[in-house]
Design a protein around this ligand. Structure first.
Ligand code: PLP
Length: 371
């Protein structure tokens, strides 16, 4: 099998698996004062340091959660008067934002998938945005890999007393992410996109920023997130973060494979549309549409040929229909329902690329299209 769906989830790293297995043998509750408890606490705190290092935050700013869905929901659930966000955000930002009882402004992007900073500035400057307000802008898109000008927007937001949140799930571990330098107030990350286990993530919260807890009860995570910590998952997250940081420089090899794969697609399918090709993109992602072809059909045929890719937004696979991300980019329904996502990772090889190309040639090559 050829796995090219790293943006949905990355394979568990061996370091993460080993750390989790070891943590499963630790019986203590991290909140207990005895030796067993202190051992569990040690695991959690050491993972916190590793995660903090990966994203340029202080350990005190890292709050472990059940994943980025919880982290994004937590920020959107604050008592904001205004949420300013983009239509290309992940559903875990858009759904809780839309459910919030406040003014929600959802901006579309250019056809390249990048928000228009001047449009955000205009909203902040010219219209009286009720405060407290937050801007939620992802670092990189899960479907297209398009990177947003988060630092620029954060600087602007800060100058006008508006909080800044970023969903950095697809960026962390793939490009350098520096929470402090970006000037963010909060940032969501997820372990399973960088080789950690599923079901654990973090919300990075700038020191001294008070958020209303989403989960109340126990005093865990310095009273910010109640519930006994998932020690084994957190241990896996920490080990994955450390490995991801050490291997960040190897992402250029992934990018070279991606570029090669993309060149083959263009050569085989001259009518293929590469989404966001003029924007700055993650080096591992290709979103491509074949006019007249349904994404689901391509995904199923590739799957039968032994190649795993996704249609549109595929953290929640099985979802059929047009992608809200591509619609927010102003792309027509033909493209919005015809785009597949190919996403590579550190374990992708030249053989994987060759396997994809052979399958693509058979399924989408001009002869196959005519058939
Ligand atoms: N944000 C983005 C950009 C994602 O791609 C995902 C994918 O799952 C999430 C948030 C949700 O993360 P989690 O699976 O940890 O809830």
């Amino acid at each position: 099998r050829t796995y090219l769906d790293y943006n949905a989830t990355a394979p568990l790293r061996s370091e993460a698996k080993a750390a989790m297995m070891a943590a499963l043998d630790v019986i203590g509750n991290p909140s207990s004062v005895h030796a067993e408890g202190r051992r569990a606490r040690g695991i959690v705190e050491s993972a916190r340091e590793s995660v903090a290092r990966l994203v340029g935050a202080k350990p005190s700013e890292v709050v472990f959660t059940s994943g980025a869905t919880e982290s994004n929901t937590w920020v959107m659930a604050q008592p904001w008067a205004t949420i300013l966000t983009s239509g290309v955000e992940h559903d875990s930002v858009l759904a809780p934002a839309r459910a919030a009882k406040c003014n929600v402004i959802e901006l579309s992007t250019g056809r390249d998938g990048v928000v228009r900073v001047e449009e955000i500035a205009e909203h902040i400057l010219k219209r009286s945005i009720a405060r407290p307000a937050v801007v939620a802008l992802q670092m990189a898109n899960n479907e297209t890999g398009v990177i947003q000008p988060v630092a620029e927007v954060a600087e602007f937001a800060r100058a006008y007393g508006i909080a800044m949140h970023s969903d950095a799930v697809q960026a962390a571990g793939r490009v350098a992410v520096d929470f402090a330098a970006l000037g963010l107030d909060t940032m969501a990350i997820s372990a399973h996109k960088l080789g950690g286990p599923k079901g654990v993530g973090a919300l990075i919260i700038r020191d001294h920023l008070d958020l209303v807890p989403l989960l109340c009860g126990g005093g865990q995570e310095r009273r910010r997130r109640a519930g006994t910590e998932n020690v084994a998952a957190i241990a896996g997250f920490g080990a994955a973060a450390e490995a991801a940081q050490a291997e960040l420089r190897n992402m250029s090899a992934v990018e070279a494979l991606r570029d090669d794969l993309e060149a083959h697609i263009r050569a085989i399918s001259p009518r293929a549309v590469i989404i966001g090709e003029t924007a700055s993109r993650l080096g591992n992602t290709i979103a491509v549409a074949l006019p007249g072809k349904l994404a689901e059909t391509l995904v199923i045929r590739l799957d039968l040929a032994g190649v795993a890719v996704s249609a549109g937004s595929a953290c929640s696979s099985g979802k059929v229909g047009a992608s809200h991300v591509l619609e927010a980019m102003g792309l027509g329904s033909d493209i919005a329902s015809g785009t597949i996502r190919i996403s590579l990772g550190l374990e992708t090889t030249k053989d994987d690329v060759a396997a994809f190309v052979a399958a693509w040639q058979a399924i989408a090559g001009s002869h196959a299209l005519a058939a």
